[in-house]
Design a protein around this ligand. Structure first.
Ligand code: AMP
Ligand code: MG
Length: 422
């Protein structure tokens, strides 16, 4: 079902090469990505955010005992008055951690606190606010109660021997709380992917170095670091590599030996110094794609040995957009065996947006919600693929699909809020 989109003719008369759609490129990548099966045992706190390698079977039932959900008086539901009220003798107390040892018979009840075990002969709790005190050991109850009320049954939440969490599940704060409630201190989780990356470009300098004319500081390694860190993968930052075939070859080989995924930025277009291409053409299986998207048209994907390789464009915004569209889904799949597309919402465009059909545009937007819950969105300003401030100011992508030929002020557009994936 792979569809190839022909970009609408633009300014020049040369026919556009065939372009691959964003969805097809992503699918091709996902079809090639392996799930990491290796796993390790971690204690609960370290396992937060990690992916379970196996089902967790509960050793206990929760609650372990039938207990009271409220502070009040435990009695047999069959003893509740049907009409009018009735007096009960209070024969003891049941506290959380200090149960009542005896049992209740007709006409008796037990003072009980939240979480305390229900005494033998009782199945119902009348809350303390609903009783009248007649004497130090007598209460009176009216007819407004239901048998079985205010009681939590043993095993009601979790049955001993059942799978409480399943393999491939990502552990949340609630999950590690549940595991703790079952007395489980360690869980088996999948190993995190190792991701090596470097920047290419003779013009790139590292922080602390002097900039000569035409040179720029390497920012891609920092935005890449940030995006990878948020995904919780293992990060191997290999620095800047010069535009030189041998240097690029050596760096790629070293990276592929250490990592599951290798990412480079820069040097994948048809410029003179684009060595990545020539270096990779004889090292494994590599595709050079022109993708119908903006920013981020050239993209290289393939394998170096067992490692998966992403050659991202050099422009700083293109790096981030292609990372979120292609690398993040791949890493998500590697980690969990599934790709969950980011949440999309519909917002009203506060201005007209110009666009030609043919490419999927990821414009950077700022969305907000008014008092009635309606969403509106506007662009962050200059949208050039080198303008990283457009990402910094933004809180969402405005999604303009291939066929879209512009948006009028007041028209609905799809957005992807950053807080769900950035
Ligand atoms: P390239 O894809 O190598 O042709 O680079 C495209 C543009 O992105 C050029 O203006 C580069 O200077 C810039 N660029 C490439 N890599 C980086 C980087 N690591 N940090 C900042 N800018 C970069
Ligand atoms: Mg370059």
């Amino acid at each position: 079902m792979s569809s190839v989109i022909r970009s609408a003719s633009c300014s020049d008369t040369t026919p556009e090469p065939t372009l691959l759609s964003v969805a097809d490129a992503r699918q091709r990548i996902l079809d090639d990505i392996p799930l990491i099966k290796a796993n390790e045992k971690l204690n609960l706190r370290d396992a937060l955010g990690r992916v379970l390698a196996e089902d967790v079977i509960s050793p206990l039932s929760v609650p372990g005992h039938t207990n009271s959900a409220m502070d009040g008086y435990a009695l047999a539901g069959s003893e509740l008055p049907r009409f009018g009220d009735k007096s009960f003798e209070v024969v003891g107390k049941s506290y959380a951690g200090a149960p009542f040892a005896g049992s209740c018979v007709a006409g008796q009840c037990v003072r009980i606190m939240t979480g305390a075990v229900m005494p033998a002969g009782t199945d119902t709790v009348v809350i303390q606010e609903h009783v009248l005190h007649e004497a130090s050991n007598r209460i009176r109850i009216d007819d407004g109660h239901r048998s079985g009320q205010n009681v939590r049954l043993a095993g009601e939440d979790i049955q001993a021997g059942s799978a409480v969490l399943h393999a491939s599940h990502t552990l949340t704060p609630a999950d590690i709380g549940i595991l703790a409630s079952l007395g489980i201190g360690e869980v088996r989780v999948r190993r995190r992917p190792r991701v090596a990356f470097f920047s290419t470009g003779d013009e790139l300098r590292s922080i602390g170095e002097q900039l000569l004319e035409g040179e720029v500081y390497d920012s891609n390694r920092y935005s890449l670091y940030g995006m990878l860190k948020r995904l919780g993968v293992e990060i191997l930052d290999m620095g800047v590599v010069r535009d030189n075939a041998d240097a690029v070859h050596d760096a790629l080989t070293e990276a592929a030996n250490m990592a599951d995924v290798v990412i480079t930025s820069g040097g994948v277009s048809v410029g003179e110094a684009d060595y990545i291409k020539s270096v990779l053409e004889d090292t494994g299986k590599i595709d050079f794609w022109k993708i119908a998207m903006k920013p981020g048209r050239p993209l290289t994907y393939g394998r170096i040995g067992d490692a998966r390789f992403f050659g991202l464009p050099g422009n700083p915004v293109a790096v981030m957009v292609t990372f979120y569209q292609f690398v993040r889904p791949a890493l998500q799949y590697m980690i969990s065996g599934a790709y969950q597309p980011p949440l999309q919402l519909t917002a009203t465009s506060t201005s007209a947006i110009r666009k030609r059909p043919g490419r999927f545009e990821f414009q950077r937007g700022i969305y907000q919600q008014d008092e009635s819950g309606n969403l509106s969105v506007g662009k962050t300003g200059k949208q050039g693929s080198g303008v990283l401030m457009s990402m910094s100011k933004a809180n969402c992508f405005i999604l303009l699909p291939e066929e879209c030929d512009g948006v009028d002020e007041g028209e609905p557009v799809k957005i992807q809020p950053f807080e769900t994936f950035v």
